[in-house]
Design a protein around this ligand. Structure first.
Ligand code: HEM
Length: 307
């Protein structure tokens, strides 16, 4: 059975670093591959004691130049717009280097060495350092991750199964959401809980989901979305973490993995009310400043493509 990149399903460490890049004109793929080969081994040297998790994720164009093992239905991020004009803009790039460790300095160092090595061949579109906030809270104070599949079932939900193109890999959605916390905090506790569809104190699921709740858009079921009497479908494994910039911009770095891309597209269309549903109340207080789809190939595919 092919192995997923370890960083995806292992415990999320305290600090994350996301660097999105694309090739510049005339880029030498050989130089990029050499830098990727080194970054895969980052943390092996003496003196690095905390686990350092490195994940290489590719957009459709760069993946196609590295391997023939292309997963089915891998599309670039299209962007989304609600009927009343809320926008989730598309900022697709070719490579996402995702690093997480309890040592923030090593996260920084690892991405710095990589981007320096490819500086003549790739431009950095954006980067975001993030952190785990208390007991996996979103900055709104709500627990994020409760509805994730149990660890024992995460492989089967997030990883392309053996025998399919791209086996051992995972589709990914990466977005930097910007929160309007003043607006969110102006809501009553009841309205905040109705917005997500879970309680703030302990993430208990509300029995009756308002049509605008987040769960009414993302808890995919065999029947109607959020109909708890039916089995879940298209589950994904989320690894999101908050960030805070020096200019006061704060929010959630949404990072989700799935063995198919379609359920992630379906959720985005639902959140933005593009399927006829009322739009997700989440979009009243938060807007993504960036959004891309990537694919994280298996360890074996990376070994063959990069070494
Ligand atoms: C600002 C952005 C977002 C925030 C703050 C947020 C927050 C939350 C919270 C608090 C929950 C309930 C607790 C939990 O299960 O984790 C939740 C559930 C969930 N969210 Fe989000 N979310 C965001 C965006 C998204 C996006 C863009 C997607 C998918 C494309 C998504 C997919 C899910 C899924 C699959 C669940 C679990 C549903 C279930 O229980 O089956 N979320 N989210």
């Amino acid at each position: 059975m092919p192995n997923p990149q370890h960083a995806i399903l292992t415990d999320l460490q305290k600090y994350q670093w996301y660097t999105h890049m694309s090739r510049t004109e005339g880029a030498d793929l050989g130089v990029i591959k050499e830098a990727m080969k080194k970054v895969r081994r980052a943390g092996d040297e003496v003196g690095v004691t905390s686990p350092l998790n490195v994940c290489l994720l590719f957009g459709p164009t760069l993946l196609a130049d590295l391997t023939d093992d292309m997963p089915e239905d891998f599309q670039p991020y299209p962007g989304y717009e609600s009927p009343d004009g809320k926008v989730a803009k598309a900022t697709q790039e070719e490579l996402l280097l995702w690093i997480h460790s309890d040592d923030k300095d090593i996260c920084w160092e690892t991405q710095f060495i990589f981007r320096t090595a490819v500086a003549e061949h790739m431009s950095v579109a954006r980067e975001t350092p993030t952190f785990v906030y208390r007991n996996s809270l979103d900055l709104t104070g709500f627990i994020d991750g409760t509805g994730n599949p149990e660890p024992a079932h995460q492989y089967e939900k997030a990883i392309v199964p053996d025998g399919k193109p791209g086996a051992g890999g995972a589709f990914c959605i990466a977005q930097r959401w910007v929160h309007d916390l003043s607006y969110f905090e102006s809501l009553s506790l009841e309205d905040q809980e109705a917005l997500f569809g879970r309680t703030k104190k302990d993430s208990t699921r509300l029995d009756k989901q308002p049509p605008t709740s987040h769960l009414s858009h993302v808890e995919l079921r065999e029947g109607d979305t959020a109909d708890a009497s039916k089995p879940k479908r298209g589950e994904m494994v989320r690894r999101s973490t908050p960030y805070a910039f020096h200019d006061g911009t704060v929010g959630l770095y949404f990072m989700g993995f799935c063995k198919d891309q379609a359920p992630m597209r379906e959720r985005m269309e639902a959140i933005y009310g593009m399927n006829g549903q009322p739009r997700d109340a989440l979009t009243d207080y938060s807007t993504p400043a960036s959004g891309s789809f990537y694919f994280a190939p298996s360890v074996e595919t990376l070994d063959a493509a990069i070494g």
